[in-house]
Design a protein around this ligand. Structure first.
Ligand code: TXA
Ligand code: MG
Length: 300
């Protein structure tokens, strides 16, 4: 349990324009006051993230969400069904939402997280908290307070709410137009969404920040359907390897980033990650793994 004084301290820091790393059920976020452009700039600077990448606004379950974005009927349906929870909706922004938050776009990403400590902080703060994942730009998202500390040291205050229960980032659905689109797969599946609002379209163009290379460890990563065979082959070529095996899908997702971090620190030549079966949350796992395995020349 997170103490009331820890919540009060974190809310005071946010009010002062400082950043606080916040626990959510998906991954930890690097939070700042969503209405304070200076706090948002601080988020960009701390992450080393280029400007123009929009940041998700997190809201309390009993906040008036419509103060932040325009909800279509489909948006309403999804919010009622999945909030609080691991779903982000992209909506037309309300005029007072700073362009620093939206990356200059006329749309805003909104999520009502389910984690009790995040909800307690949002209630105490009484406004929206802008928060991208609490990792340096392009790196692996953090699912524990220790991961956040490994990213930023003691420079960022952390509200420790324990390990994230889901372990991969929220499903993102663009509901700004008449044909809603999936922008990022997550633990809430496309099928669950389509059952409520009908077929989803393709996102075109893709969300800024959904780069091909993302969530990447330093070590080269090989995706595999048969990790044992690949291990034997690579070792016979004289290369040292470590294997991240697939487990039950929910467990695989929960442990994914922690395992990538742990294996990355071993100093082997190659990490082999076993792909998940391409259904449900497995699709989201494979999405993250393929981005983690893609090294662009602009990396590092
Ligand atoms: O689970 C999550 O979503 C976590 C936790 C902390 O809430 N947050 C997260 O934030 O993953 P971030 O910034 O690492 O990824 C957010 C993604 C980015 O790809 C960004 O481009 C997209 O959401 N996004 C945010 N606002 C958007 C908007 N207005 N239009 C299109 N994409 C948007
Ligand atoms: Mg991120």
């Amino acid at each position: 349990m997170v103490s009331e004084s820890a919540i009060a301290d974190a809310a005071a820091l946010l009010r002062a324009g400082e950043l606080v790393a916040i626990p959510t059920e998906t991954v930890y976020g690097l939070g700042g006051d969503a209405l304070n452009p200076l706090a948002i700039r601080r988020i960009y600077a701390t992450k080393g993230r280029p400007a123009g990448h929009p940041v998700i606004v997190h809201l309390a379950r009993d906040a008036d969400w419509t103060k932040w974005g325009h909800f279509s009927a489909a948006a309403h349906t999804l919010a009622q069904a999945f909030w609080p929870g691991p779903l982000t909706l992209i909506l037309p922004r309300q005029a007072h939402v700073p362009l620093e938050v939206t990356g200059g776009l006329e749309t805003v990403g909104i999520r009502v997280p389910g984690h009790p400590a995040a909800q307690a902080l949002l209630s105490a703060f009484g406004s929206g908290i802008a928060a991208p994942s609490a990792n340096r730009f392009g790196g692996v998202s953090p699912t524990t307070a220790a991961h956040v500390r490994a990213e930023f040291g003691d420079t960022v205050r952390i509200l420790d709410g324990g390990p994230s229960s889901i372990g991969i980032e929220s499903t993102i659905v663009d509901v700004t137009s008449d044909s809603p689109a999936l922008l990022r797969p997550g633990s809430i599946s496309e099928e669950e969404i389509e059952a409520l609002i009908g077929p989803l379209g393709q996102s075109n163009p893709p969300a800024p920040g959904t780069l091909k290379s993302h969530y990447a460890p330093m070590t080269s990563l090989l995706l595999s359907h048969n990790p044992e065979m690949d291990r034997i082959r690579l070792e016979s070529e004289g290369r040292s390897v470590a294997v991240l095996a697939a487990t039950r899908p929910e467990e695989h997702a929960r442990n994914l980033y922690g395992e990538l971090r742990r294996l990355d620190a071993l100093g082997v030549d190659i990490l082999i990650a076993e792909m998940a079966t391409n259904v449900g949350i497995g699709l989201a796992i494979n999405d993250r793994l393929s981005r983690a395995a893609t090294k662009l020349s602009t990396d590092k």
